[in-house]
Design a protein around this ligand. Sequence first.
Ligand code: SAH
Length: 363
Amino acid sequence: MSALAEHLRTRIAAEGPITVADFMAEALGNPRHGYYTTRDPLGARGDFVTAPEISQVFGELIGAWCAAMWDSMGRPAPVAWVELGPGRGTLMADAFRAARTMPGFLDACEVHLVEASPALAARQRESLEDAPVRAVTWWSSLAEVPRLPVLLVANEFFDALPVRQYVRTASGWCERLVGVADGASGFRFVLSTNTARESTIPESLRDAPEGSIVEVSPASVEIAADLGRRIASDGVAGLVIDYGHAASAPGETLQAVRGHAWADVLADPGEADLTAHVDFAALARAVADAGAVAHGPVPQGVLLDRLGIAPRTQRLIESAADRRAAEAILSGSRRLADPDQMGMLFKALAVTRKGAPAPPGFA
Ligand code: SAH
C-alpha cells in the first residue's frame, strides 16, 4: 500500500469516512505524496495528453484571442495575464508567439501563473525562461494574484478540482463518502446517514429520481466567483476550456486515468489522475452572481474554427520541414477540432464585463 493510502486510512480511522472531495484533494494535491505534487503527468510517457501538448495551434489561437480582447477592451497597462494550472507552460509559450503581432500587448503584460505542483512549476520556469513580458510570477491560488485588469486562461484546470457527490435516497440527498475496506483497494464508497441541505443540490436537479448521483464542485464555484468579481470590477476577460457538460445534469463523472487508460478511482490514490467533468452551467451561475457575464459554452471545435484554425494550420503545413511534419500538424488540428475527437466534448466559456460585446468565437 502506498504512503498516501496509509495516510488516508489513518485519517479515516481517526475522523470517520471523508468526502469524495477530500479524497480527491489528497490524491491530487497532498503536499508530500499527491499525484501532481510528485510528477509531470503530461505527454506520451505520462498519463494523459492535453490540447497544447497536441498542437502549437491551440496556444497560438488562444494567444491571439487574448491580445484581441486586450485591444478591444481599451488596452489597459499593466494587465495581468493569468493562467490557472499551466502544466508544462506550453500554452503560454505558444500564446506569446502569436501575441507578438499585437503591438504593445506583451509590454503591458505581467504574467501570473497559478500552479500547485512544484514539479510542474519547475517545467514552466524552463518553458518560459525568455518570456517577452514585464514579469512572470508563480502563485498557488488565484486569490493571491494581485488585483489588476485581468486576462485569464484555464485549460483542463477545473476538471482537476475536487467534487462532492450526493446520492438521491428515499429520505433525501445523502453525501457519498469514502471509508476504508479490507479488499485490495483499501477504500470503498459509503453513504452519509445525514441528509444534505437542499440548497447544496443545483435547483434543476433536486427532483432527480432515487439512485441519481449529483456532483458539485465548491472549489470550482469559488474560483469562478473570484474571476467574475475581478472582471466585474477590474475589467477585461477570461477563457475557460475543459471537458464537461453545458447544463447541470445528474451522473457520476469522477474518473481515474493512468498510463492513458481508465483506472479504479479508489485504488492507489496519488498514482492516477482523478478528474470530473466540468459543470459549465455552475461556473456560469457563479460568474453571473459575481456581477460579470458568461458567454457560451461553445464546443471547442466551433471556437477553434471561428478563431481560424484552418488557415493557421494551412500556413504551418506550407512551412513544414517535410511531409511527415506536415501530416503531424494536420492530424493535431483534427484531433483538437473534430467533433468525434476533442471538438465536441471539450467546451469553452468566456467571461466579460456586463455590456461588453461577445468575444471572438462566441458570437
Ligand atoms: N493547462 C495545462 C495542464 C492541465 S493539467 C495543459 O493544458 O496542458 C492540470 C494543471 O492544473 C496542472 O498544471 C496541475 O498541477 C494544476 N492544478 C491542479 N489542481 C490545482 C490546484 N488546486 N491549484 C493550482 N493548480 C492546480
